[in-house]
Each structure stands twice: as structure tokens, then as C-alpha cells.
Write a protein that binds this ligand. Structure first.
Ligand code: 2NL
Length: 351
């Protein structure tokens, strides 16, 4: 083997030794020892380069080239190891350090409950027609929930509203506090406080002492609307609800009124829309009738008006009442009311 070949072989050995050696250097001073040993003025590589005198010019050039390549490889190895060691030392020294510039954990952005979404749409529809949105207490007096709405004590009309009573007796020894069965008491309170013209919608939770099934909950949400003024007629009721139906269920909706009974209105009606699923042909949603009942309504009963000291000869009004869950079930094709309140994300995340 020529001396040039043996030097070349030695260079390769030095390179591979340096590489395996550097892996065990975990501290800066250890790494410095490595640098001196391989790259230093008296280091292995320099020593070889100094001994090229005996070679021919051609051999010197080729060995010199190989040696320089190895040198720069080892230098790179040195810098990257040094950076890594420094980084580790920095990290170990600052274990409790919080880097506030790091991006935060992504927050899961929530969404509005489907009932809230429908409520907002309904509020917006009525607001745009001049109604004010107000809220009232969920625990009410018999007086506001029943008596002033033309539902006297011991009257059979009370059977329509299975009531959750609060365990409280008034000074006369009568049970007089309850969980409101509709949001109408707040409308009575409003009429008591203010004079016509009145245009309000009252959304909120209501309660009924009822067994739960796919279409009944013991607590649900209602929106009631009330307009009282001089000269309000059934035509105003129809116009308002027609616009409402188109806003909530689409621009081609037809509406239909039928007689119904609610103690606080006369006449009382229920309103249906033509089925948006089958366009009136008859399907599961409309129970093959082509029509879907969406709310109750009517002209405010004169007894309700006199109860709040409004002259029924001067003022008339219309009122409407709807169940939010029912509207949401129709709108989204939901078959069980209990889904709204079981907090199952698989359900809620669909909205
Ligand atoms: C229904 C029916 C209705 C009303 C609510 C009302 C309120 C006052 C005076 C007169 Cl202060 N009426 N509210 C009128 C008719 C129907 O609700 O089935 N709702 C779910």
C-alpha cells in the first residue's frame, strides 16, 4: 500500500472515530476536549496534514482535498453538537420557565343551543315588526299566572295547566306561589305598569307538572307576544303571524287559522302552516294532513283588559303563544323533545 493510500485510510478512520466519539460528549467542556483532540493545532487531523511532505504533488492535492472535506465535516459536527448542548443546558436551567410566546392550547369554540338559536330568530322577527323583547320571573303568583288571565280559582280552565306549586301559603292560608305555566304573567305585569300602545314579546322558561315523553317536557320554553292599542283587529293578528311564518319557515308558507280555546282570549285560534316538507301533499311531519300546528293565538279577552284597568271599549289587542321546542323540532326534524335537555354533545354539535 502506498503511503498516500495509508494516509487516506487513516483519515477515514479518524473521521469515523471522531463521529462515534462526539456522541458521548454531553457537556461543553467535554466537547471542547473533543475539538482539541481532532481539530486543534496538535490534533489528529492537523498532525496528518503536517506530514504530507513526503508525498508527490498530485498525492498531496488529493489527500489535501480529502482532509479538508473531513475537516469541514467535523467542524459542522462540532457546531451542531455545541448548539444542541447549549439548548439542553438552557432548558435544564429553566425548567420552570414558561415561554409566553408559544401558541396557546386551541380552545374548543362552543355554539348556541338549538333552542337559543331559534329563540334569537323569533325575537329578531318580532323586533323587526316593532315588538320589544322583555323577560320576567319564573316563580310567579297565582294572581299573575291565573287570576288576571281569566282563570279564577277552582275554575275548570285550570286543568289545562298542570301546575308545579311552591310550598308556600299566603296570609289567607292559600297556596299562591308557583312555577309559571306560561310567560303570560309578565305580559300582565307589563300592562299593569304601562299604558297602550303595547307591543311586547316575552320569551322564557315555563313549567308544567307533566309526565315526560317524546313530545312533552315538564320544563320548556315559550315565546308569547302581545299587542294592545286602539283599533287592533284580528286582521293585525293575521298579518303579523303571516309575516312571522314566512320569516321562520320560508317565503312560500301559507297559514291557516282554526277555532281553539284559551281562557285569556276571545276568540281563540290555533295557527297552522302548510307542510314545508311535502308542500301540503301529506307526510310524516304533518301527519298526512298537509298542515302543521305551530301556535295558539287570539284577541285578548275583555276581562283581561279590565283586570289591568284598560277600557275594553277603547282598547283591543291580540296575543300569541308558541312553544320554542316545537318550532325547533319542526325546523330541524327532531323527533324527541328530551334530546334538547339531555346534554348529549353528539346531538348538540349538529347545530
Ligand atoms: C299556546 C297558546 C297563547 C296567549 C297565549 C295571552 C297573553 C295575555 C293575554 C291573552 Cl297577557 N293571551 N297569551 C294567547 C293565546 C294563546 O298560547 O298554546 N302556547 C304554547
Amino acid at each position: 500500500m502506498s503511503s498516500s493510500d495509508s494516509i487516506s485510510k487513516t483519515l477515514k478512520e479518524i473521521a469515523s472515530k471522531a463521529e462515534s466519539d462526539i456522541a458521548s460528549r454531553k457537556a461543553i467542556d467535554e466537547l471542547e476536549e473533543w475539538r482539541i483532540a481532532y481539530l486543534g493545532r496538535k490534533g489528529k487531523l492537523t498532525t496528518i496534514l503536517r506530514s504530507l511532505g513526503t508525498l508527490s504533488q498530485g498525492e498531496r492535492r488529493s489527500i489535501g482535498k480529502q482532509a479538508n472535506t473531513i475537516k469541514s465535516q467535523l467542524e459542522n459536527l462540532f457546531t451542531s453538537s455545541r448548539d444542541k448542548i447549549r439548548e439542553n443546558e438552557h432548558f435544564n436551567k429553566n425548567k420552570d420557565f414558561i415561554d409566553v410566546t408559544l401558541p396557546g392550547k386551541p380552545l374548543t369554540i362552543g355554539r348556541l343551543h338549538p333552542i337559543t338559536q331559534v329563540l334569537k330568530e323569533i325575537n329578531a322577527a318580532f323586533s323587526s315588526m316593532g315588538f320589544e323583547v322583555i323577560e320576567g320571573p319564573e316563580v310567579e303568583w297565582d294572581k299573575y299566572n291565573f287570576e288576571m288571565l281569566n282563570i279564577p280559582r277552582d275554575h275548570p280552565a285550570r286543568d289545562m295547566f298542570d301546575t308545579l306549586w311552591i310550598d308556600y301559603d299566603d296570609p289567607k292560608g292559600k297556596q299562591s306561589m308557583l312555577l309559571r305555566t306560561h310567560t303570560s304573567p309578565m305580559q300582565v305585569r307589563t300592562m299593569e305598569k304601562m299604558s297602550p300602545p303595547i307591543r311586547v314579546v316575552v320569551p322564557g322558561k315555563v313549567y308544567r307538572y307533566e309526565a315526560t315523553d317524546s313530545t312533552h317536557e315538564w320544563h320548556f320554553s315559550q315565546v308569547e307576544g302581545l299587542a294592545v292599542d286602539e283599533g287592533i283587529t284580528f286582521a293585525d293578528l293575521k298579518g303579523t303571524l303571516f309575516e312571522f311564518a314566512r320569516r321562520i319557515f320560508g317565503p312560500s308558507r301559507k297559514i291557516q287559522f282554526r277555532c281553539d280555546y284559551f281562557p285569556f282570549v276571545e276568540p281563540g285560534v290555533d295557527m297552522s302552516i302548510d307542510c314545508f316538507k311535502c308542500d301540503g301533499d301529506g307526510c310524516k311531519i304533518c301527519k298526512k294532513t298537509g298542515w302543521i300546528e305551530v301556535m295558539g293565538a287570539g284577541m285578548v279577552h275583555p276581562k283581561v283588559l279590565t283586570g289591568v284597568n284598560y277600557d275594553p271599549e277603547k282598547y283591543t289587542g291580540f296575543a300569541i303563544g308558541l312553544g320554542l321546542e316545537r318550532i325547533a323540532m319542526l325546523k330541524y326534524g327532531i323527533e324527541d323533545i328530551r334530546l334538547f335537555y339531555s346534554n348529549d354533545l353528539r346531538f348538540l354539535e349538529q347545530f
